[in-house]
Design a protein around this ligand. Structure first.
Ligand code: ADP
Ligand code: MG
Length: 375
């Protein structure tokens, strides 16, 4: 739209040089904007839930678009206040504080989140387990702190989703053991993205993208074309391993390169194997494509824990999700529905084998934005 306004001003100007520039701009505009387009993209970014949130909305009215974006950011703030393990008034904090002593009544929303988390624990044979936090709270990746072997021996048995009891009659949660803790970090951002998309839909928005770190969801397409979502190369933050053309879907990436430190040759990162209480080994990143962001978020964490063989088998059993997995050798693997995604090294942007290069933005499904060579 800015471009179109510029053209108008230039074309009415007296200077012939400006005419030529104007003509060039008009040609460019014709290439970039479909003839029928009656709107523009509006976007905002914010730091919420410990990550970067991006909201982009296509609309013909700026004020309406901005109000819609504000409503999404407000929802992210609300969920941060409810689900943060650090905020002492959050529902999650209160549960961790009291649920070992006695059942704690919780909101319907929180109850549903716990129920969904338990369903993923059962689906993944315990790879996804929100009680990972029983040992997980002993790590501080920023300060490079990890539990001693003795400390981990104490807390490891507390990681077990079966320690959690939900009572639908009293809508309460109870921990069967003292010392159990939960953390919704493996599902909360996906849930928040879904809530945001729901709010945009309620306002009649038909094309949008919401991203929260490694979790994104698209509403509709990008002006008649797919969005191009880049999968970040895990060991080179300037490169993309693959580019996926996607519309009207969710995509999440879990990687060992987002929050980690190295000590004694070991990479301590934020995805823990519930069996060991230590960082899951064998993969560098897992990208899941699926119908909603809570599902892709939970499954990306789960597949990371399960590893290549069991993780791919799980995804291939699900009808509605696909996976792109990068193993510890840097090799890429894809689920059955993505057969055209050939195995490749993870250093180059390779958009051509996935579809035509176009002018759509390329969003990495990892936490860091990488400007695309293909743009
Ligand atoms: P991100 O937080 O970057 O979206 P992931 O979706 O991969 O990353 O989720 C990692 C987060 O999930 C961790 O920071 C932690 O809060 C939580 N988590 C770690 N291990 C597990 C696990 N085995 N099951 C459930 N949640 C986990
Ligand atoms: Mg996840």
């Amino acid at each position: 739209m800015v471009l179109a306004v510029t053209i108008k001003l230039v074309l009415t100007g007296p200077n012939p040089m400006m005419w030529r520039t104007g003509l060039l701009c008009a040609l460019l505009a014709a290439l970039l904007l479909p003839l029928s387009s009656q709107g523009a993209w509006f976007g905002q970014q914010a730091a919420i839930m410990g990550t970067r949130i991006g909201v982009e909305v296509w609309h013909d009215d700026e004020q309406t678009a901005n109000r819609a974006i504000e409503s999404v950011l407000k929802e992210f703030h609300r969920l941060d206040q409810a689900l943060s393990p650090y905020i002492e008034t959050s529902e999650l904090y209160l549960v961790n504080d009291g649920a070992s002593a006695q059942p704690v009544p919780i909101s319907k929303e929180f109850y549903d989140l716990l129920e969904t988390s338990l369903a993923y624990s059962r689906l993944t044979d315990g790879a996804f387990d929100i009680t990972f936090a029983s040992a997980g709270h002993q790590y501080d990746y920023r300060k490079e702190i990890k539990p001693t072997d003795e400390a981990l021996d104490q807390t490891r048995p507390l990681i077990n989703y079966r320690h959690l009891t939900l009572d639908p009659d009293t809508q309460s949660v109870h921990f069967k053991q003292a010392g159990v803790r939960i953390d919704l970090g493996g599902i909360a951002k996906g849930y928040a993205v879904d809530r945001g998309i729901h709010l945009l839909e309620q306002r009649g928005i038909e094309n949008a993208l919401i991203s929260a770190g490694g979790d994104s969801r698209m509403l509709g397409d990008h002006q008649g074309r797919p969005w191009y979502i880049g999968v970040q190369a895990p060991r080179d933050d300037k490169a993309l391993a693959a580019v996926l053309p996607l519309s009207d879907t969710a995509v999440s990436t879990s990687g060992d390169y987002e929050r980690y430190f190295e000590a004694d040759g070991v990479r301590y990162h934020h995805i823990l194997s519930p069996k060991t209480g230590r960082s899951a080994e064998g993969l560098r990143s897992v990208t899941i494509i699926g119908p909603n962001a809570m599902r892709t978020d939970a499954l990306s964490t789960s597949v990371f824990v399960l590893g290549l063989k069991d993780g791919l088998a799980l995804i291939n059993r699900q009808k509605d999700v696909e996976a792109v997995i990068i193993d510890s050798q840097g090799q890429m693997h894809a689920s059955q529905g993505l057969e055209d995604l050939k195995q490749s090294e993870t250093t180059e942007i390779q958009p051509t084998h996935l579809g035509p290069v176009n002018t759509n933005p390329i969003r990495p499904a990892g936490a860091v934005f990488v400007p695309s060579k293909a743009e």
